[in-house]
Ligand binder design. Sequence first.
Ligand SMILES: Nc1ncnc2c1ncn2[C@@H]1O[C@H](COP(=O)(O)OP(=O)(O)O)[C@@H](O)[C@H]1O
Ligand SMILES: [Mg+2]
Length: 227
Amino acid sequence: MSSPVLSVERLSRAFTSGRQRVSVLSGLTLSVFPGESLAVVGRSGSGKSTLLNLLCGLQVPDEGRITVMGESFDGIDNNDIDARWAELRRRSIGVVFQEANLMPALSLVDNVRLRANLAGRGAGGERGWLERLGVGAEADRYPDQVSGGQAQRAALAMVFAMSPALILADEPTGSLDRQTADEVADCLFAMQRDTGCALVLATHDTGLASRCDHLLDLSASTARGTG
Ligand SMILES: Nc1ncnc2c1ncn2[C@@H]1O[C@H](COP(=O)(O)OP(=O)(O)O)[C@@H](O)[C@H]1O
Ligand SMILES: [Mg+2]
């Protein structure tokens, strides 16, 4: 059996709201193996984005341990942890948000090239990735010259071009109409199957969630005041 790409043990995170400490995630444990997909569902405010931010080091847990590709951060100096997470995000963790975060001054193909280069991947495959994601004809256009669905396809091309071990997608189709959302989701799942990377997908769309191998529902265990 292969090792998990991602494992989380007893992860907890709370926020202070007024004078109350509100628990968002409490004692969460999970693993995701290569080629697997996990849907994180739950109503708005249940902690989906908080979890994804923790999984790529953009937030710090109150308690618990996160291991990505065998790397955990026990006993590491705090100053080094940020640099280790930045390196993981640069090379191994592809992050997709609701809005495509493309550089406006670069064409779609140059956006993909930049992301692949940052991840240390060889040049040359950028147009192929855009073609596989269905936006090959738009490769030389700029982000403000394409539709929201085309921009999100380009954002997926950027992520796959870096050959990540893990993709974290936070409501990646949330700003798209139903048909475009389904088409973009088809691309995401097809490419995830082809490349064998692991996927953690936060969504409030139950249809989208049901396409993943596993389901984590945060609604059941959230927003408890802890005093
Ligand atoms: N930086 C923060 N400071 C205070 N509260 C926060 C912060 N980030 C998130 N929260 C709270 O944590 C809860 C979960 O938020 P979030 O993870 O964005 O939920 P979701 O993505 O499921 O909609 C919400 O109640 C939100 O208000
Ligand atoms: Mg969210």
